[in-house]
Design a protein. Structure first.
Length: 286
């Protein structure tokens, strides 16, 4: 990573030149104000087409696979796919390279970043990936609490004990410093899934309806929730996990086992309050 590479990647990230009609940039579906996610249930691509809800681009430097269905094995691969995806940018890489090559600024910027003005798809995504790896969120109130610099309210502390304890059992999938286990789970959204999820990539029946665990960092600003944006609020999500998980053949065993007593209204409110402590205002307003 270099300063020049990161700066070039940032410019490319927010430039709609990568799309066929110059209307869609990476930043169109990954808005910094929403932790580089999209407030729409289904993110808009070119010509009014829509895809899944956009995952937040946060702390991706520590994520071995990306996308809800895990189809990208690196940040570079993640940046490569949307350009030629007909639902997202609908372009072709040769045409993108042609547009960038004749641009008044980009040949010089690529030369400054990579010591060559010959633009290639590999260099484009290398620059974008450099920028995305700088999108680090690690200064939420919860982080300062862990460092002994702040205290939590009584309600937030109750929510923390629920999150990391057997009452809520959230920590099995969201208990790391990233607040994701970087794995894929069927979390019981549907008894008959409409979206095959990971199985669409692996072809394995046991991967049906498994989706990547999203990071909960800045989760209070990344609504709507789930791969299809079906839940509008954190309260909706907590209500779902509390009493509405649907059984199916590939349901995660942690969700399919005999459950503890449902959370009370007070406990649900406390859990939501704790999730708000994961908001990193510095990250959202650099």
């Amino acid at each position: 990573m270099t300063r020049e590479g990161v700066a070039l990647g940032e410019r490319l990230f927010f430039d709609p030149i990568l799309s066929i009609d110059s209307t869609v940039a990476c930043g169109s579906c990954h808005d910094p104000a929403f932790s580089f996610s999209d407030p729409k249930a289904f993110s808009d691509g070119v010509a009014g087409k829509t895809g899944r809800n956009s995952m937040a681009v946060v702390n991706v430097a520590w994520m071995p696979t990306l996308f809800w269905d895990g189809r990208a094995g690196s940040v570079e691969e993640q940046a490569l796919g949307p350009v030629e995806n007909p639902v997202e940018m609908g372009e072709s890489w040769p045409h993108v390279v042609e547009k960038l090559q004749r641009h008044p600024d980009y040949p010089r910027l690529f030369d400054e970043a990579f010591e060559t003005s010959a633009i290639t798809p590999e260099l484009v995504v290398k620059a974008i990936a450099q920028y995305e790896r700088t999108l680090i969120s690690a200064n939420a109130r919860y982080d300062r609490f862990k460092a002994g610099e702040e205290t939590l309210t009584a309600q937030e502390e109750l929510g923390r004990t629920i999150f990391f304890g057997e009452r809520g059992d959230c920590f099995h999938c969201h208990g790391t410093a990233l607040f994701t286990d970087n794995r894929y789970h069927n979390n019981g959204l549907d008894a008959v899934p409409a979206d095959s999820g990971l199985a669409g990539i692996t072809g394995a029946s046991f991967d049906l309806a498994k989706f990547k665990t999203p990071s909960l960092r800045n989760v209070a600003v990344t609504a709507p929730y789930m791969h299809d944006g079906r839940f509008e609020t954190l309260e909706d999500v907590v209500t779902f996990y509390n009493a509405e998980v649907q059984p199916s053949a590939t349901l995660d065993p942690l969700l399919g086992r005999t459950r503890r007593e449902p959370l009370s209204d007070e406990e649900q409110a406390a859990l939501v309050a704790f999730l708000h402590t994961l908001t990193d205002d510095d990250f959202l307003s650099p």
